[in-house]
Design a protein. Structure first.
Length: 247
């Protein structure tokens, strides 16, 4: 098997288009994916949820309130209805195919391990394991995925940075750290645990609190990127890849 591109040698930092490149086109859409590719992003980040009728889809929010004023959750709606409300939505299979040839980071929002085999099967069916980084939000899920797929690259999306040792022991290769939590010392600690580091810019909220960094999730300025660079992360996730790829 070829070396997974997330585990090999690459230029740093990798540029990951958050929600497919949410400032380039409608988030998590084919248009955003293609725009991210044109912007020279290295990888696409997109989200995984499941509909009422069991279809895996790439959709960020738990409900439809923000995008179309509907308070129902994705899990309450069948795929046909969801497609009528959000025409640009893709199934996981479509998102995997549309992200090629770029790297793919799947932020799995599902906390039930019973969905892991279906997700891994879609990745395998598309022959995309070599370019996929599986993002999981619980250490137990990391272990379950590693027990099932020995060669998949896994990103721990744990909320507590101090869990990086546990994540590494469970089988994660990467750890997601928010911009405000980043420091050179903490980055060194992650590397000491054998982890690669992906930094998510902004704050973990759509409306930021009056603290550093000043921007909501996905947004950053030149000064923020300069501070991030000091810690020499392996990857940076942001809504506009141009901020890192323009000469």
């Amino acid at each position: 098997m070829a070396v997974n591109r997330w585990l090999g040698v690459f230029k740093k930092p990798l540029v990951i288009a958050h929600r497919g490149g949410a400032l380039l086109a409608q988030e998590n859409s084919r248009a955003a994916f293609r725009a991210a590719e044109k912007a020279n992003a290295d990888a696409i980040e997109t989200d995984v949820r499941i509909t009422r009728d069991g279809i895996l889809v790439n959709f960020h929010d738990a409900d439809l309130q923000r995008l179309c004023g509907d308070r129902r959750s994705v899990a309450e709606i069948d795929f046909r209805t969801l497609k009528s409300l959000v025409p640009a939505i893709m199934t996981l299979a479509e998102a995997i195919a549309s992200s090629a040839p770029l790297g793919l980071l799947l932020d799995v929002k599902l906390m039930d391990r019973t969905y892991l085999p279906s997700i891994l099967a879609e990745i395998s069916r598309a022959d995309a394991a070599g370019r996929t980084l599986l993002g999981l939000r619980d250490i137990a899920l990391v272990k379950a995925a590693r027990d099932t797929a020995a060669d998949i690259a896994i990103l721990a999306l744990a909320s507590d940075p101090e869990l990086h040792q546990s994540a590494a022991q469970a089988g994660a290769n990467w750890f997601r750290l928010w911009q405000g939590e980043l420091s050179p010392g903490r980055a060194a600690s992650f590397r000491g645990a054998g982890m690669r580091l992906a930094v998510m810019v902004g704050q973990p909220r759509d409306v930021p609190l009056p603290e550093y960094p000043r921007y909501p999730v996905g947004l950053v300025d030149a000064e923020g990127l300069k501070q991030i660079a000091i810690a020499d992360p392996d990857a940076i996730m942001l809504d506009d890849p141009h901020l890192l790829t323009r000469p």
